[in-house]
Design a protein around this ligand. Structure first.
Ligand code: DGL
Length: 258
């Protein structure tokens, strides 16, 4: 089975490019279309209804582009809207959820930390998953302000360092040995986070797992492309400068209202 249509990927902004990049590394021949809904970021402080409506708007755009599969490269949109998307559209969706399972299963201290948006930590889907790990203490922290600083291109600012220190120090004090990054924007903060965490604390995100899952669904249900190489397209509905720079000016970034 083959299928030359593109894979669609969306996020509230530029953060999902961390997931896109894992997909592009594993499946370089596949054409990908990435939507950064930066105009509406952050999603993390919005209501479930707003997140569902924004997610549907993004999916409609990607379906107009004939996408064969959609990756919801946003924990907040996945945990609040993936059920509604799967109910309303006849196309496979791959979501991204905080990787608490590998962290809890491998933790020696039985204490893990999770940094995510308020929307993710308050969602029913996240709480149901967390309840499955009764023997592990999960220290939850909302990353207030982090997404906005990333969207504004202030990754290495003093404000960023101060926020991260205030969120991570209580976790270090509580003896975590795993930190789960439950927001697709946060992998861009790994260098700064590593400066704060002691070396033995491992950081986990979900990028590679989502890429492998995408490969499985293409193999089982949708079909791989016959193309030898494809250039990705990135659409953004606000100023494209930060997206272009996070992609190191290597790809086609188009500013468009959607
Ligand atoms: N990147 C998103 C996530 O994975 C959402 C960030 C936001 O818009 O608040 O949760």
């Amino acid at each position: 089975m083959t299928n030359d249509n593109p894979i669609g990927v969306f996020d509230s902004g530029i953060g999902g490019t961390s997931i896109w990049s894992a997909i592009h590394d594993l499946l370089p021949n596949e054409k990908t279309i990435y939507l950064a809904d930066s105009k509406n970021a952050p999603y993390g402080q919005k209501t479930k209804e707003q997140i569902v409506a924004l997610s549907k708007k993004n999916v409609d755009f990607l379906l107009e582009m004939k996408c064969k599969l959609i990756v919801v490269a946003c924990n907040t949109a996945t945990t609040n809207a993936i059920r509604e998307l799967r109910n309303d559209y006849d196309i496979p969706f791959i979501g991204i959820e905080p990787a608490i399972k590998p962290a809890a299963n491998n933790s020696k201290t039985q204490v893990i930390g999770i940094l995510a948006t308020k929307g993710t930590l308050n969602s029913e889907l996240f709480n149901k998953t967390a309840e499955m790990f009764q023997n592990t203490t999960i220290i939850e922290q909302v990353g207030y302000g982090l997404v906005q600083l990333i969207e504004d291109g202030n990754l290495y600012s003093t404000e960023m360092t101060q926020l991260l220190e205030s969120y991570l120090q209580p976790m270090i004090d509580a003896n975590i040995d795993y930190l789960v990054l439950g927001c697709s924007h946060y992998p861009y903060l790994i260098p700064q986070i590593k400066k704060i965490l002691p070396e033995h604390i491992q950081i986990i995100d979900s990028g590679e797992a989502v890429a492998r899952q995408t490969q499985n669904i293409l193999r089982e249900k949708v079909g791989f492309t016959t193309a030898q190489k494809s250039e990705p397209i990135f659409y953004v509905n606000s100023n494209p400068v930060v997206l272009d720079s996070i992609l190191e000016h290597k790809y086609n970034v188009v500013q468009k209202d959607f």
